[in-house]
Design a protein around this ligand. Structure first.
Ligand SMILES: NC(=O)c1ccc[n+]([C@@H]2O[C@H](COP(=O)([O-])OP(=O)(O)OC[C@H]3O[C@@H](n4cnc5c(N)ncnc54)[C@H](OP(=O)(O)O)[C@@H]3O)[C@@H](O)[C@H]2O)c1
Length: 328
């Protein structure tokens, strides 16, 4: 089977397309013939060796896929032909998603609900689980509150806008271009701000009558975090989700105190190890929202497996909207 292999760390161009021998699935794993594989921003960090998880070399990137079960030796509950979505751990040459075939641990494999296409299945879990845990578990977003979503046209941002609206919040989104702002409004945002050409903190204050946003969802960091502290409401919560700007900001404890706000972190991947009981609760809520037409992954780009480096570059450079998929 074909797979993009990382043998040395670097940019997307360092990956190499190889024929990998995948003839012996490890007992207890579910072998999946991949139909769609999602590109995530953190894949680029992992390929560069800059992510908190550093798989041993060589490895195949790609953490979320959908496809059909090929075999499941020793893994109960799955049979050949089942339509599934799965999370991968990148631990070796058959456990990454930029490939034709991958092996997943049964606990990370979910059946695709009837009517959910492979593309939605591959793009669903990370963005919606991340946004759900950020907004509900970490920030306790309440109906009627104002939510500010940064990089609202990106993967996790597009999910946060939809979940914010589904929770009954007023949603303000920021994005780096007028085209991306239009995407945020189409996703349901009540107001969108181009944060490259406007001071979003002033606009948020003016939109909220001076009060500020109750919850701020921040996957960008850097200056965006710094300005967010200027438009956070009394008893507001800023959720740190990522640092796509490339700069990890510093929270100023005295400012947190005098303005009565909280800065909370979200590391969604840690829940599977520290508090796995919350994952099925979120999954059930999210599937209900999907079935009810309240949320749907925004998929902007589909590329063949052969174009994986181009697809990863598009996401790493912040040029994509929503999700970019490899279709296989
Ligand atoms: N905490 C967690 O558990 C968790 C889980 C999943 C993902 N994440 C993190 O969340 C962040 C976003 O992930 P994603 O998959 O949604 O990414 P994405 O789809 O690529 O969106 C990221 C957005 O960030 C903005 N951005 C601002 N400065 C940028 C820069 N210098 N380079 C690239 N993009 C820049 C861009 O939007 P504009 O053009 O609008 O500025 C871009 O579209 C990443 O840091 C990722 O690692 C965290």
């Amino acid at each position: 089977m074909k797979a993009w292999v990382v043998r040395r760390l670097g940019g997307p161009e360092t990956m190499e397309l190889e024929d990998v021998n995948a003839s012996t699935p490890v007992d207890g794993m579910v072998r999946i013939a991949i139909r769609a594989s999602a590109i995530n921003f953190f894949d680029a960090l992992m390929v560069a060796g800059q992510y908190q998880t550093r798989p041993e070399l060589p490895f195949v990137p790609g953490a979320e896929i959908s496809g059909e079960v090929e075999s499941a030796p020793g893994a109960t509950g799955f049979k050949k032909g089942d339509r599934v979505m799965a999370m991968l751990d990148n631990g070796g040459l058959t456990r990454g998603g930029y490939a034709e075939v991958a092996d997943a641990m049964p606990a990370t494999v979910q059946r695709l609900p009837d009517g959910m296409p492979f593309d939605d299945g591959a793009a669903f879990n990370i963005i919606f689980q991340t946004a759900w845990f950020a907004l509900h578990r970490r920030a306790s977003l309440q109906p009627g509150e104002t939510l500010l979503v940064h990089a609202g046209a990106g993967g996790v941002g597009s999910a946060a806008i939809q979940l914010g609206k589904a929770a009954g919040a007023t949603v303000i989104a920021t994005a780096g271009s007028d085209e991306k702002n239009a995407v945020c409004l189409e996703l349901g945002a009540d107001h969108a701000i181009n944060y490259k050409s406007h001071d979003f903190a002033e606009e948020v204050k003016s939109f909220t009558g001076g009060r500020g946003a109750d919850v701020i969802f921040d996957p960008v960091g850097g200056d965006v975090f710094d300005r967010s502290t200027k438009c956070i409401a009394f008893e507001g919560r800023i959720v740190i989700v990522g640092f796509t700007s490339g700069r990890i900001p510093q929270a100023v404890a005295s400012h947190v105190l005098v303005k009565n706000y909280s800065v909370v972190g979200l590391h969604w991947g840690l829940y599977s190890r520290r508090a796995p009981e919350h994952l099925p609760i979120a999954a059930a809520e999210l599937m209900k929202l999907y079935a009810g037409g309240k949320i749907k992954p925004l998929i902007s780009t589909r590329m063949p497996l052969a174009d994986a480096p181009k697809a990863l570059e598009l996401v790493a450079a912040g040029k994509s909207t929503g999700k970019v998929l490899l279709t296989i």
